[in-house]
Ligand binder design. Structure first.
Ligand SMILES: Cc1ncc(C[n+]2csc(CCOP(=O)(O)OP(=O)(O)O)c2C)c(N)n1
Ligand SMILES: [Mg+2]
Length: 328
């Protein structure tokens, strides 16, 4: 649960969430190298753990998240069940979507994770719909939509920002500017590289933050969510971070400058926070090691669970595909 003043316990939770995301995805990297373990493309957020953790830790339970192709961190921070998330990534029947979504089109309603989509720019218009429902039904919730710097150049994102500005919808737009859209730099796809500046054009506050500083992300999220919750309409947060791996696990980053990678490796959100917690005496090295080992054990258990489960039967191919939304 969120806290206005960050306590030591809360700091340990933020750290533990980031470790979980990192270890979960490191396991996916390992599984990618074992034939037949993972179908499809694996798109990971190594280096971006502070964004998912900082934003999601500032949410209330009724808030909704909408995510993109780089979604595991958002879902894990929100409390997705490790076993069924891993099973879904392995396309197993015990997965959150019974093996029909895979890693790229997940939906986890029990944690209010409406959907993730690999269609770049698809999330924001759907978030407009979710936030419109929240407003129309007089609910307190806010919809948070995560998307990348590349997606920010899509027309659908501009339209979503415009409509939510007109209707004063409770949406927090979270642009994870990780320096890359596939193999393109922001300068190649964006006329204005400080993406948060676009917020002004849609009558909403726009701020940027060090996306590798989990507490800074958390504090700015709290402030902007408060704005959205109070009926003043949407807000926009640009988190400045870096994509440490290739676009997906198939991409060996031959186009990336090695020195740039080294510079960003030193800014790793986990290394930085680990050092801050050690310096403040909140955790010692043995406690950190225990968190890491416990997390590795949880991830290993999730892999074992997923591995043991069956693939979906072919006669279930058309079940759970459409939702019966109305009774008439
Ligand atoms: C509409 C659409 N166009 C192109 C693609 C191919 N594609 C997948 S991810 C991606 C880059 C997205 O970059 P960004 O929004 O910055 O997110 P990041 O991958 O950096 O997290 C592209 C071009 C797609 N999936 N959907
Ligand atoms: Mg990007």
């Amino acid at each position: 649960m969120k806290e206005k003043q960050i306590s030591a316990d809360f700091q340990v939770r933020l750290f533990t969430h980031m470790i979980l995301i990192r270890k979960f995805e490191e396991k996916i990297v390992a599984l990618c190298r074992e034939q037949y373990q993972l179908p499809g493309m694996q798109i990971l957020a190594n280096g971006q753990e502070a964004v998912a953790t900082g934003v999601v830790s500032a949410l209330d339970s009724e808030d909704i998240i909408v995510s993109n192709h780089r979604s595991h961190g958002h879902l894990l921070a929100r409390g997705a069940d490790l076993n069924s998330l891993m099973a879904e990534i392995m396309a197993k029947a015990d997965g959150v979507n019974h093996g029909k979504a895979g890693t790229l089109h997940l939906s986890v309603p029990e944690i209010n994770a409406l959907m993730t989509s690999t269609v770049v720019g698809a999330g924001p218009p759907l978030a407009v719909g979710a936030a419109f429902a929240q407003q129309y039904q007089g609910l307190n919730g806010v919809t948070v939509v995560f998307f990348g710097d590349g997606a920010a150049a899509e027309g659908s994102v501009h339209e979503a920002m415009n409509l939510s500005g007109i209707w004063k919808l409770p949406i927090l737009f979270v642009c994870e500017n990780n320096g890359w859209a596939g193999a393109q730099r922001p300068e190649e796809h964006s006329a204005v590289c400080q993406i948060h500046k676009r917020a002004q054009g849609y009558d909403m506050p726009g701020r940027s933050v060090d996306g590798n500083d989990v507490e800074a992300v958390y504090n700015l999220s709290l402030a902007l969510l408060e704005h959205c919750r109070s009926g003043k309409g949407p807000a926009f947060m640009e988190t400045l971070t870096y994509r440490m791996r290739g676009h997906g696990e198939h991409d060996h980053q031959h186009y990336v400058n090695r020195q740039e990678l080294e510079v960003w490796a030193l800014k790793c959100p986990i290394i930085r926070y680990r050092q801050a917690l050690l310096n403040a005496g909140i955790l010692d090295k043995a406690q950190i090691q225990k968190i890491e080992q416990d997390t590795e054990a949880r991830v290993a258990a999730a892999v074992a669970f997923a591995d043991a489960g069956p693939y979906p039967e072919s006669d279930t191919a058309l079940t759970d595909v459409f939702v019966q939304a109305f009774n008439n």
